[in-house]
Ligand binder design. Sequence first.
Ligand code: FAD
Length: 440
Amino acid sequence: YPTVTVIGAGLAGSEAAWQIASQGVPVRLYEMRPVRRTPAHHTDRFAELVCSNSLRANGLTNAVGVLKAEMRLLDSLILSAADQHAVPAGGALAVDREGFSGEVTSRLRNHPLVTVVNEELSALPADGIVVVATGPLTSPDLSKQIQELFGEEYFYFYDAAAPIVEKESIDMEKVFLASRYDKGEAAYLNCPMSEEEFEAFYGALTTAETAEIKDFEKEMYFEGCMPIEVMAKRGKQTVLFGPMKPVGLVDPRTGKLPYAVVQLRQDNAAGTLFNLVGFQTHLKWGEQKRVLSLIPGLENAEFVRYGVMHRNTFINSPKLLHPTYQFRGRESLFFAGQMTGVEGYVESAASGLIAGMNAGRLARGLAPVVPPPQTTLGSMAHYITTADFRHFQPMNANFGLFPPLEKRMKSKRDKNDAIAARALEAIEAFQANEIQNYVR
Ligand code: FAD
């Protein structure tokens, strides 16, 4: 088989290299550390966890737990190393970070089909099968080249994301569906505020605690993506004439314009998720829950992702990628990890698993495959390649990404249990039917 090039031995690249080599296909794995460092990594080990040592929930009551179960079934290197180096963490899977990344490094370095090259690749190889997994802190030269390939409008250096809530958790009695000035079809869910409600919300927003900004992230405010709390601190009028302006939004229940409005925009094709328009924020997550729950209609909102503002190199996958993680313009070029718009350690590794599986298949002359959307792996691949490309922001695994169940369940817990069971059944069928040709 031809050798596949993998660039970056982080969470995604390590998993991709493992999945390729497991098929009997040789891999050349490029990792620039320790020759060249990133602003967040400290070691020369593969799959270094740059911040928390937690890979989040392990149980099936959480989508990232279901994702782990799917990955274990598909012989994930990252999950195997994590399970082997787990430390006590209640319902979460946390790891001894040195042991974990040491394990990933030695399994890959000792694999007879993996050749490690400690070099920064500053340009994409012009031919051959390539998996790009250089992460949220991709080196500047390579970033520039990818940006040139895709065009500036489809390549981002910052992630300024607004929080996203599950539609089911919105109080529909309080919000109304309308587009500003009734233009086009009614597309937004609008949360109307009275003057008193606005005052209470404004007070909470401007005094809430913000997360720490790393030195290498400070420049981002100059890029024109201002957090809602910073905007609010400039004065009430700044938000009342900005993201919270009520003009053109008559509340059908009162027949009047509310004092202020927070608009929610549909976030996924299935219409199960909504984001808070213009509410990119740098508040701590607990503070986001407290403050945003003051918005009428969002009192009991379930946040599938909180707003973040951080340095994050990522591409506009809905415009650029197939759900197989192949670039639409060159099918031998794969992308994986945080740079595809999945968010988190496990999600990054998961996308590396699918990209690696498919890069290996391509080398073996087989057609690429995608797990069905009923699986967590499939739901993420589907989301990042079908989300609205004009507002694309990275996303964690979550129950809101799955296609709805056929029958309504009594409780949220029952619903999530049924989704998890369906996902595991679907991944088992996928494994049995699609990838039985694996060489192990
Ligand atoms: P990485 O793991 O960063 O791997 C990319 C690899 O590519 C690196 O080893 C890098 O050295 C290498 N590389 C880059 N450019 C080149 C090049 N040109 N040539 C060769 N090699 C190159 N997620 C969580 O779930 N929990 C957290 O606590 C968390 N904290 C984070 C903190 C920070 C500061 C950042 C930036 C992200 C954080 N994330 C966190 C998000 C994300 O899960 C991690 O960044 C994760 O490591 C992404 O995996 P990846 O494989 O895409 O990238």
